[in-house]
Design a protein around this ligand. Structure first.
Ligand SMILES: [Zn+2]
Length: 221
């Protein structure tokens, strides 16, 4: 990859997108971040993203996407709906239909305006929890669509696409960002930074990956 190129990272302040931010900073000359504000369950998520971007000296765009809440009230946007895992092939209650489609579209418009060739997103097919617009085939299709819609040659980078949670921690470690990601990111559905509440599905997934990675790393050293 070309060090001289510019990238915009779709950034939520969580473990995955913060790891992507470090990944992009290592590869590209210029990196900016974009966060979508759709009245998340916890406005802390936006504050957390702002704080991380500030600390890393990254130019941070926060775009108002409150229309998403209007279209798809669910557990991520409404505090009166509980966060639950989907059962028997059902989508989890955190699903917002088309969320990634919209995020990548707006990230593409922003990339065009700021002259970024690369759009980096932390979507992942490995921990595929029923979100069709996190699949690799969707992202590739979206890449073609963005290029056709704006007559540009964007590259959508998905460094986490085939990693499990343990490998995502490993990547953060390789980027020298293990402690930063562990201590400063917000993954928890209950809005608790770092290790989180320990009870919600996001915390359990994050903690399991962390434990697996730390014990493997321990075995190696
Ligand atoms: Zn939690």
């Amino acid at each position: 990859m070309n060090k001289k190129e510019k990238a915009v990272v779709v950034f939520s302040g969580g473990q995955d997108s913060t790891t992507c931010l470090f990944w992009a900073m290592e590869r590209f000359e210029e990196v900016e971040a974009v966060t979508f504000d759709y009245n998340q369950r916890h406005s802390l998520e936006i504050e957390c993203a702002q704080q991380i971007a500030k600390e890393l000296g990254i130019n941070h765009h926060i775009l108002d996407m409150s229309l998403l809440n209007q279209l798809a009230p669910n557990a991520l946007t409404r505090s009166d709906i509980a966060v639950e895992d989907g059962e028997d092939g059902e989508l989890p209650s955190t699903f917002v239909p088309g969320r990634n489609l919209l995020f990548l579209s707006f990230a593409g418009v922003l990339a065009s305006q700021i002259g970024a060739k690369h759009i980096v997103t932390g979507v992942c097919e490995t921990d595929f929890s029923g979100y069709p617009d996190c699949r690799d085939v969707f992202v590739k299709s979206m890449n073609v669509t963005l290029n056709l819609s704006m007559d540009q040659s964007f590259v959508i980078d998905t460094p986490l696409m085939w990693l499990n949670k343990e490998e995502t921690w490993e990547l953060a470690d390789q980027l020298g960002a293990f402690e930063f990601v562990r201590d400063k990111t917000l993954t928890c559905y209950n809005g608790v930074i770092s290790d989180g509440c320990g009870e919600c599905p996001a915390c359990k997934l994050r903690q399991k990956g962390l434990d697996d990675y730390v014990s493997r790393r321990g075995d190696l050293s």
